[in-house]
Write a protein that binds this ligand. Structure first.
Ligand code: AMP
Ligand code: ZN
Length: 135
């Protein structure tokens, strides 16, 4: 179920700190440490799978549902005008952490974000404040 060398498995197990905003039987969501926009979070299956192709289809479906919930919260609670839900599959697509994850990136009219974004470490206080609104 868990890969001992996997960063996101470490977060699922609670061994690696993260700002968790959502959890259910199959999925966990936590704030991205380098947010592309305010409220950027990641949805992962609890069971390790390298990417969207390798994962159990039911895990992909469960992650999609969690991403839907968090995109809805981004619109309703953060005042986002839209949300980009995206999963990069393998290094050629820009994947850097090889445990399936869906980015939920709130989009704000005029935010100027260009995809794919270049990750920059976020301010921990700002991330925590956005997390409070998403929980
Ligand atoms: P990807 O390039 O699609 O594999 O995205 C990996 C994402 O994980 C990036 O947006 C990183 O900012 C994010 N990330 C890496 N390490 C952590 C961590 N410890 N906690 C939260 N997010 C992380
Ligand atoms: Zn993993």
């Amino acid at each position: 179920m868990h890969d001992p060398d996997c960063l996101f498995c470490g977060i699922v197990k609670g061994d690696v700190p993260a700002t968790v905003i959502y959890e259910d039987e199959r999925t966990l969501a936590f704030m991205d440490i380098s947010p592309a926009t305010r409220g950027h979070c990641l949805v992962v299956p609890k069971a390790h799978a390298a990417d969207i192709v390798a994962a159990d289809p039911e895990a992909v479906a469960a992650c999609s549902r969690t991403a839907q919930i968090l995109a809805d919260r981004a619109l309703g609670r953060l005042g986002a005008d839209g949300a980009a839900v995206v999963s990069f599959c393998r290094a050629a697509a820009g994947q850097t952490v090889f445990h399936l994850h869906f980015h939920v990136v709130p989009r704000y009219d005029g935010d100027g974000l260009e995809l794919p974004w270049i990750p920059q470490p976020g301010d921990p206080g700002d991330i925590a404040a956005a997390a409070k609104e998403l929980i």
